[in-house]
Design a protein around this ligand. Structure first.
Ligand code: URA
Length: 281
């Protein structure tokens, strides 16, 4: 007992370190001893399928293993990236309303991020809005509440909107991926691409006058460019879903502005350009 209490500060420090590193979510209810697992003998190339399945069941979730589809035998097998994008396109295209789209996305198994997320974050705000803001990915608070931009970055985003006389009553807010990436890492191109048909359909169904991409990850992915956000921001472009063209602009991500307050002057300029464009509509 005394020894346990003696270990507590070290355990707390370790937990704090994990949280700082972004490891703040349990992916399973039972602890796993990965060290013990790595000591297991390698399976022989002649192992039967049952052994292979057992190994996969206990291995840490690999991205390719998480996007799943049902095989004819009923067991779950990974969905190949191309198949996942094709399924996403078909499902998204057939959604006649935002409710349909949300339902279809909730059933979609082609994005590996779903396996570790607690909730899907579809959107918040007004679906009749003239402006649609698209960020990178849900974070911890968003994952817990199932809504985009509700944490610290979201609070700053609300202030940025308020500075041009707007709020979620007349703005529609979402992200390029609908589930939180573990540890808040940037979504991979594959994760973004597999969500993109849903996002493009969401854009068409909201049909905003103006789209604002928040931050480099969203701007690069949606404008299909490797240019950095400092080069991309503040310039009007056309974003096409294939069906429709939209006026679009990128600005700095509120999370970046929290870390780099001096950059707020650029974001302010972008917000004024957005206000002018909305007033002209
Ligand atoms: N950052 C984002 O890009 N999106 C969110 O929803 C929250 C933080």
């Amino acid at each position: 007992m005394t020894r346990e209490i003696g270990h507590r500060p070290a355990a707390l420090q370790l937990l704090r370190w994990y949280i700082d590193m972004g490891v703040d979510t349990a992916t399973s209810d039972t602890p796993a001893d990965w060290f013990a697992r790595s000591e297991r003998p390698k399976p022989s190339p002649f192992s039967d399928n049952r052994q292979i399945r057992q190994r996969n069941d206990t291995a840490p979730p690999q991205r390719a293993q998480i996007a799943k589809t049902s095989s004819r035998s009923g067991s779950e097998t990974p969905m190949a990236p191309d198949a996942a994008v094709m399924t996403a396109r078909e499902n998204a295209k057939s959604a006649a309303s935002l409710d349909d789209l949300r339902e279809s996305l909730a059933k979609f198994e082609g994005c590996g991020l779903k396996a570790t997320a607690k909730n899907m974050c579809f959107a918040r705000g007004n679906a009749e809005a003239q402006i649609m803001l698209i960020g990178e990915a849900p974070g911890r608070d968003e994952d817990l509440q199932g809504l985009p931009f509700v944490g610290r970055a979201g609070q700053l985003l609300d202030k940025m909107l308020a500075a041009i006389g707007m709020s979620e009553d007349n703005a529609y807010i979402t992200n390029i991926v609908y589930w939180r990436p573990p540890g808040n890492r940037t979504p991979t191109p594959q994760e973004s691409q597999v969500c993109r048909p849903f996002l493009e359909r969401q854009i068409e169904l909201v049909d905003p006058k103006i789209i604002v991409f928040l931050g480099g990850a969203a701007a690069k992915q949606m404008f299909d460019t490797t240019d950095g956000i400092m080069r991309l921001r503040g310039k009007w472009r056309t974003y096409s879903t294939g069906e429709h063209d939209y006026r679009a602009i990128a600005t700095l991500h509120p999370a970046y502005l929290l870390r780099t307050p001096a950059a707020k002057r650029h974001a302010w300029r972008d917000m004024l350009a957005i206000k002018l464009a909305l007033d002209a509509e």
